[in-house]
Ligand binder design. Structure first.
Ligand code: MN
Length: 429
């Protein structure tokens, strides 16, 4: 196994914190035992949990105004994999990468697959890109892609998605995520009905190219780049399309792709009820699609979402959504942000696992609103640090991922090794 961080640094850093963690883990274990919760069961679930890293997430993000790249940015997909390898080595929560095409195109996908495997990384859902024009393409996506008024442009976008499936097959991926920014900026610019029909027709062609054991995820987003209307703007349109396209087609919920204050945890419950929740993209936001770090603004909302995901899993043993972090790291080292977010997501999942659903259901049946809320609150307020740290330690990761990463001086080393960095494509969907 390739280890981008010297294992002796990880061992030294863990040694500093091991005794304290042992005491904390024992204390929490006794506390949870009084609630009839076995800490080992929770820890094992945390150890099994994984959230994918988007390949574009290890580059510095930006806004339409500017991007401020830091030193040592990955210059190609192999260097992105190396950075993802750091995140996985220390956090042990991120054993897959979600690639984006054409940004991550290579001549030899088998080579890329083997290179990633050497870091203990596989490939999660593949992402297509029909929201920007590429140099060699014949038809422009200025007025849309899968929903364009022109049939040849739609076909070009369909062909691209099928090429992405082909790449994914070689990488060992099992899902295609489709997000299109198609929409309009003026009232009357676009026929809502025609555009949606084009969307369904185009996606039916992509669906037909899916291997039997693959899934297709439709990602909705309320606005941007279109600011008046977006073809797949909400979970209702997404669900309608997924139900029309077939069993292998499901909806993907990106936390940031909703209007402020929308009850996203309820959307999770509704989509699960329809057996159409295929995936979830984690991030946080204050206003719109801010792509802030997961749980950094509204950690309680993230907990409520996880509570629904845990409930869905308890009701349905087949429920196995694809999880990915979809964030834009404008002011931090992306590796640090992704490790921090993986930690936050794991902690939130651990707290959701502590919810006594039997008791919660009893309070709900009795209409005891206060105690129902307090049942959630009790789990939410539990400090589960020792559980996620112990899970990482037992798998060979770092008790404190950020401190260990900083001690390794990885960023300084890659800044020297990648002198002409700063050119990597870094888009956020
Ligand atoms: Mn997304």
């Amino acid at each position: 196994m390739r280890t981008p961080i010297d294992p002796s640094i990880v061992a030294d850093q863990n040694e500093i914190r091991a005794a304290e963690l042992k005491r904390d883990y024992q204390y929490l274990g006794e506390k949870l035992a009084r609630q009839n919760i076995n800490i080992e069961t929770i820890k094992n679930k945390i150890a099994e949990f994984s959230v994918a890293i988007p390949s574009w997430g290890v580059g510095t993000g930006g806004t339409r105004f500017a991007r401020f790249p830091m030193g040592g940015e990955p210059r190609n997909v192999f260097e992105k994999i190396e950075d993802c390898g750091v995140i996985q080595q220390l956090s042990k929560t991120t054993n897959t990468v979600s690639p984006h095409f054409p940004w991550d195109n290579v001549d030899d996908f088998n080579e890329l697959r083997e290179y990633a495997a050497a870091f203990g990384l596989g490939f999660d859902a593949v992402n297509s890109n029909t929201f920007q024009d590429q140099k060699e393409q014949k038809h422009s996506y200025k007025f849309g892609s899968l929903t364009h008024s022109d049939a040849a442009t739609r076909q070009q976008a369909v062909d691209h998605n099928i090429e992405v499936i082909e790449a994914g097959k070689k990488l060992g991926s099992k899902a295609l995520t489709v997000w299109v920014g198609d929409g309009s900026n003026f009232a009357g610019q676009q026929s809502f009905t025609n555009a949606f029909n084009h969307y369904l027709d185009s996606n039916a062609k992509i669906y037909a190219a899916l291997p039997d054991d693959w899934q297709m995820f439709l990602e909705h987003k309320i606005f941007e780049p279109a600011f008046y209307s977006t073809v797949i703007q909400d979970w209702g349109s997404s669900l309608l399309a997924a139900q029309t396209l077939g069993e292998k087609c499901k909806c993907l919920v990106d936390l940031g792709h909703h209007a402020p204050n929308v009850n996203i945890e309820m959307i999770v419950a509704r989509l699960h009820h329809a057996k159409k929740l295929g995936g979830f993209h984690f991030n946080d936001s204050k206003y719109g699609d801010d792509d802030l770090d997961s749980g950094s603004i509204n950690p309680f909302q993230l907990f409520l979402i996880f509570n629904e995901l845990v409930e869905a899993g308890a009701r349905d043993a087949q429920f196995n959504p694809a999880y990915m972090m979809d964030q834009s790291h404008n002011v931090t080292d992306p590796i640090e942000s992704l490790m921090n977010s993986a930690d936050v997501i794991s902690r939130t999942y651990a707290r959701a696992l502590l919810v006594d659903h039997k008791l919660l259901n009893q309070y709900q049946e009795e209409n005891d609103a206060l105690m129902a809320y307090n049942t959630l609150r009790s789990a939410y307020e539990t400090d589960v640090s020792a559980i996620v740290q112990q899970a990482r330690l037992e798998q060979g990761g770092a008790i404190d991922t950020i401190a260990t990463y900083r001690a390794s001086e990885y960023r300084k080393k890659v800044t020297e090794a990648r002198p002409s960095s700063g050119n990597a494509s870094s888009g956020i969907v």
